[in-house]
Design a protein. Structure first.
Length: 293
């Protein structure tokens, strides 16, 4: 079972707004050296929605070569078209993905029957394990607890990344957690609460700037050192909040650039962080400068 801190990796861009592969390689090594337990690529934080399919395949192949199975590579392959999600999943599986992260259908949404058929069709099309991704604030739809229960029984669906921020919902789906179906936090501000109901990890934006701390938080909790884990969560709550002053990944890329990583700009339609929000972000970053530099 996949456990620990899985970073939702940013995608560095060069001056021409192309993928900066030397910088990608640097980030991958830094994360592996600092204990990141899994690398999530082609996610929301990685600006996958602005990439062409050819870019996505090239990026997956590059990351697979550099990671070299030292840690799991989790690849975002979802789409609001089931057929597209299937072709994405099959292509990324062939290119070395260890897990596939599949978001709910967005914009067109669906009903419960459609949601079940969507995920089952994707899971049936590949042998690589599937992690469902529930993020209603972005997709406009939610996987109901009943549907989670149904899909949790599929042999190739091994977990859910839960990013609704609704702890009542989390409690309702926690009863489906077992040795073959896992719960991962999709929100950095409630990692410990999700771990407390049986979660086994996080897909983290925060880990982009503090990979060791997020790894330690999860590992301490899973090792039974819950007070120490909670202390890390509480210590960095203001920093976590600052990474969402504007829509992700705008602030986290700004933070990495402030740290000297030179990950470049964002692809449209994302714009650079507003001056007022950026100054607020920098004030928080400066409070933790010793840990970040």
């Amino acid at each position: 079972m996949l456990k620990g801190s899985m970073v939702a990796l940013v995608t560095p861009m060069d001056e021409e707004n192309r993928i900066n592969y030397p910088k990608v390689a640097e980030l991958l090594e830094w994360h592996i050296e600092n204990g990141t337990d899994g690398l999530v690529i082609l996610g929301t934080t990685g600006e996958a929605s602005t990439m062409t399919f050819e870019e996505e395949k090239e990026f997956v192949a590059f990351c697979n070569d550099k990671i070299a199975k030292r840690v799991p590579m989790i690849v975002g392959s979802g789409s609001n078209s089931t057929a597209t999600a299937i072709s994405n999943s099959q292509a990324f599986a062939e290119l070395g993905a260890d897990y596939l992260l599949v978001v709910t259908p967005y914009y067109n949404k669906t009903n419960n029957e459609g949601m079940i058929r969507h995920f089952e069709s994707i899971a049936d099309s590949v042998t690589v394990p599937i992690i469902m991704y529930n993020v209603p604030s972005r997709t406009g739809c939610n996987i109901t607890p009943e549907v989670v229960g149904k899909l949790a029984k599929h042999p190739n669906i091994i977990g859910i990344k839960e990013a609704s921020g609704d702890m009542s919902y989390v409690m309702n789906i926690s009863k489906y957690i077992n040795e073959t179906f896992a719960l991962y936090s999709g929100n950095d501000d409630v990692i410990v609460p999700l771990l407390s109901v049986g979660g086994t990890g996080v897909v983290s934006v925060w880990a982009n700037i503090m990979p060791k701390e997020v790894h330690d938080l999860v590992r301490l909790y899973l090792d039974g050192k819950t007070a120490e884990s909670l202390a890390i969560q509480i210590k960095y709550l203001d920093l976590i909040a600052a990474l969402f002053y504007e829509v992700n990944p705008i602030p986290v890329k700004a933070a990495l650039n402030w740290m000297g990583w030179e990950v470049g700009s964002l692809r449209m339609p994302l714009g650079e962080m507003g001056a007022e929000a950026y100054q607020r972000l920098v004030l928080v970053l400066e409070r933790f400068e010793e840990e970040l530099r």
